[in-house]
Design a protein around this ligand. Structure first.
Ligand code: AMP
Ligand code: MG
Length: 340
């Protein structure tokens, strides 16, 4: 049985660390966060150092109450009320014009700030107990797959932070959608759990940041330009028509095996038995990508633990949640995505 009093005590202890300027990792419904006092430049600098995060990649501030927003942002567009009412708390980050009082290290020197209200009860309770916004990027070493379990955080950050709050597996498994509200039409800077259709009733028609979709355009979310989400193994992704995809993966498995590499496949349950890799992990049914989002990062990490060198992954169709998933997989695979 869950011991509520000890969970409460752990959150209090974590809030105490944050108050002293230390960092703690905590669960959210998207992925685990590496949190620091969001109004302390020093704590936020520590976040960059601990993760090895490039200094020009701004941090998201996490709040537990909509009232806290007005202390962080210069203006709140009319539509924001409806968006927040329906989609917060949840996997949606909103970008506003930042108040001058926000530490420059949070905004990476820019004039906007990204804010999210997570729905995970431990995250909300931690923010409430600190009484201030928590700056928190994903709790991994920069470039690695995001952590969706306390153990993933431990693997990357052991010895570097005093505490990891364990909230079990992150329900969603990929990061929030980042929506820029500073210009109309509003733009998705990073695809995530909520897609264009989820946002439309509250935000109207939203577009993708040209930097996400146009070759050569600079993304407005600096995080989008970096190497990301990559396990130690080399990842190759195959998407498109099912038979061609299965055939190509089977062919590639033989190729890598012949060369003596240890192979792994991440496959939809419908095709799982068709592959004879050294290690196989399921992405759930290809009829819905909810399971795929939930397991993608943890399976990439698991393949490393199983000493797999080459991971072949069945890709998603780029619509709905598939857009966010393929955004992650394109980075994990360093762009090695073959359309069939
Ligand atoms: P992570 O913290 O690892 O989940 O990444 C946060 C994402 O939000 C990164 O892609 C950042 O570049 C992006 N981000 C944070 N703050 C801003 C901002 N003010 N404007 C645009 N993108 C932002
Ligand atoms: Mg991250």
């Amino acid at each position: 049985m869950k011991d509520l009093s000890s969970e409460e005590e752990s959150i209090l202890e974590a809030a105490e660390y944050l108050r002293k300027g230390e960092l703690v990792a905590f669960p959210t419904e998207t992925v685990y966060g590496l949190g620091g006092d969001g109004l302390s430049s020093e704590a936020c600098r520590k976040i960059f150092e601990t993760k090895g995060r490039p200094a020009d990649n701004p941090l998201i501030l996490h709040i537990s109450n909509i009232e806290e927003l007005s202390q962080l942002v210069k203006e709140i567009p009319d539509e924001a009320g409806k968006i927040m009412e329906h989609l917060w708390p949840g996997p949606l980050t909103l970008v506003f014009k930042a108040k001058d009082s926000i530490p420059k290290v949070v905004t990476a020197g820019g004039d906007t700030v990204a804010v999210r209200m997570p729905s995970h009860p431990i995250a909300l309770s931690l923010i409430e107990k600190l009484g201030k916004p928590i700056a928190a990027p994903s709790a991994n070493i920069s470039g690695r797959p995001s952590p969706t379990k306390a153990y993933d955080v431990y693997e990357d950050l052991k010895g570097k932070i005093p505490m990891i709050l364990d909230g079990g597996e992150s329900r969603i498994g990929i990061e929030s959608t980042v929506l820029d509200l500073t210009e109309k039409p509003f733009k998705i800077l990073r695809p995530g759990y909520f897609d264009q259709e989820d946002l439309r009733p509250y935000a109207g028609l939203v577009l993708f940041d040209p930097g996400l979709i146009q070759e050569g355009a600079v993304p407005k979310s600096p995080g989008q330009k970096y190497k990301h989400y990559a396990p130690k193994a080399e990842v190759y992704c195959y998407r498109g028509e099912k038979n061609a995809r299965v055939e190509r993966i089977r062919e590639k498995l033989l190729y890598w095996k012949k060369l003596g590499f240890r192979t792994g496949v991440l496959a939809f349950s419908e095709n799982f038995d068709l592959y004879s890799a050294d290690e196989r992990l399921s992405l759930g049914s290809e009829k819905s990508y909810i399971v795929m989002a939930h397991v993608l990062f943890q399976h990439l990490r698991e393949m490393d633990r199983r000493k797999v060198q080459i991971v072949l992954v069945e890709g998603a169709e780029e619509k709905g949640l598939g857009v966010g998933i393929m955004n992650r997989l394109r980075k994990s695979s360093k762009g090695r995505v073959e359309d069939l």
